[in-house]
Design a protein around this ligand. Sequence first.
Ligand code: ZN
Length: 150
Amino acid sequence: MPNPEPAFDELYREIILDHYRRPRNRGVLAPADVDLHQNNPLCGDEVRLTIRLKDGRIEEVEFLGQGCSISQSSASLMTERLKGLAVQEADQLAEAFRQMIRGSPPDEERLGELLAFQGVSHYPVRVKCAVLAWDTLQKGLEGQVGGAKG
Ligand code: ZN
């Protein structure tokens, strides 16, 4: 049985439900530079993320998954934001998202529509749902970021 959805601000609820019902960038890229599957056993959420890189930037990104609305809409919104970002910028975006979910004041300019998930910080049980796609992203990019940072 799915958990009841947290009571978010109406606009944010619309954004989340819209991406849950009509996920963007749904599919699997093949071949892909990053292909990683992660799950959140607490809620039964799953995300598989495939990314194609070109010149240190994310050229294409798609995901497949199943689970609660928070996990799937977070993945969908994430893929919309990633195209064209340098690997390091994607990592910074993930960190900004993570900090917001932990309850820090959000970097509104960087996060944009992702602010829809700010309310999740009040529901510790949903935090893993919201960050699942971002965990997958950061883990998948780990090897790719190494070179850029040096
Ligand atoms: Zn979930």
